[in-house]
Design a protein around this ligand. Structure first.
Ligand code: PGA
Length: 252
């Protein structure tokens, strides 16, 4: 059966000392009150090697927010999937809408990143989602299908099964505007149906599809109660241990 997962995306927040403090605090809170779902924190690259050994791997998985689309070599400033894995991190967010919009990551580039992440034993948390104009034009299904097909649907069923998806409507990210539980369920069900068409029902049923976009303790329960919503990818509310724990507790 697919897993319920709450993953934090710290984005470009917290210096090293602050990041270490947050990871420690979260680890303590979860050790005292065990989560009923998988918990992941995705941190800036420079935090990974310090944070990974600090947290109990049975309670918290650690991931990066990106990795390079190249194996190694003369790519100044880039960080490879192998380097991420060498810190002990197990996950990597790929295709976040901020990377697509600000760093021009195309489906082809993301396809390479996914391949390299998988080759290095990392679990990709692959993000898809439409912008407001696409939602208003009723094109959200078309958009997420193109994102899935463009980067993932060349994978073997075995490799696809290693991926976690995150549906994040761009209009809901950091805006305080959340998709309604109905909107989330509707598109998550659609995403699962396209996976079933491509890889069969069993793979589709086993794929965790997270919701992201202004998820907080007050709305997490209603969102996660939907049959095709398997948890959340959390930005702003992952920066305070108490808020993040409040979202994790939606599964209690
Ligand atoms: P948010 O971000 O929770 O701050 O809206 C979610 C994300 O971008 O992953």
């Amino acid at each position: 059966m697919r897993k319920n997962i709450v993953a934090g995306n710290w984005k470009m927040n917290k210096n090293l000392q602050e990041g270490i403090a947050l990871a420690k605090e979260l680890n303590e809170i979860l050790a005292a009150d065990k989560p009923n779902c998988d918990v992941v924190i995705c941190t800036p690259f420079i935090h990974l090697a310090s944070v990974t050994p600090l947290v109990d791997a049975n309670l918290i998985g650690v991931g990066a927010e990106n990795c390079a689309d190249k194996v190694s070599g003369a790519y100044t400033g880039e960080v490879s999937a192998e380097m991420v894995a060498s810190t002990g991190a197990k996950y990597v967010i790929l295709g976040h809408s901020e990377r697509r919009a600000y760093y021009h990551e195309t489906p082809e580039i993301l396809k390479e990143k996914v391949k390299l992440a998988l080759a290095n034993g990392l679990t990709p948390i692959f993000c898809i989602g439409e912008v407001l104009e696409e939602r208003e034009a009723g094109k959200q299904n078309e958009v997420v299908y193109a994102q899935l097909a463009g980067s993932l649907y060349d994978l073997s069923a075995e490799d696809f099964s290693k991926i976690i998806l995150a549906y994040e409507p761009v209009w809901a990210i950091g805006t305080g505007k959340t998709a309604t539980a109905e909107q989330a369920q509707e598109i998550h069900a659609y995403i699962r149906s396209t996976i079933a068409d491509k890889y069969g029902k069993e793979v589709a049923e086993n794929t965790s599809i997270l919701y992201g976009g202004s998820c907080k303790p007050s709305n997490a329960k209603e969102l996660f109660a939907n049959k095709d919503v398997d948890g959340g990818l959390i930005g702003g509310a992952a920066l305070k241990a108490a808020d993040f724990k409040g979202i994790i507790d939606a599964f209690k």
